[in-house]
Design a protein around this ligand. Sequence first.
Ligand code: CMP
Length: 140
Amino acid sequence: MAERTLSIIKPDAVAKNKIGEIYRRFEDAGLQIVGARMMHLSREQAEQFYAVHSERGFFNELVSFMISGPVMVQVLEGENAITKNRDLMGATNPAEAEAGTIRADFAESIDANAVHGSDAAETAANEIEFFFGDDGVCPR
Ligand code: CMP
């Protein structure tokens, strides 16, 4: 089933100039980029985006990291896009990520872990709405 997912290339991977390499992996896996924007998130935006984690011990560090530099935000579309993107990303903790995944190849730590991807259909819809609203996505 064709579906959409929200992907963020985090400040660490943007700083390492890995946007193109990561986009190549999405496209080689059959995912199409149907919306994209580069942004430097405000603290409020990052807190709102990660509100589900607000009670977690890592929340402040996560927010501080996500506002430490620009991020690249995109909507990926394709067959099983949510799972496919999560497979490409690898485990949240790069130390546990399988070889050849984005996090194994580019991430340094569980905070600076290169990418974010929606974990389910409902979160994907909410996260796409959060960054793109009704505009900015270009179906092909
Ligand atoms: P992400 O997929 O963006 O979703 C929440 C982020 O919190 C996660 O990636 C990690 O970068 C970060 N994080 C930091 N510590 C933890 C932890 N113990 N468990 C899960 N996520 C964590």
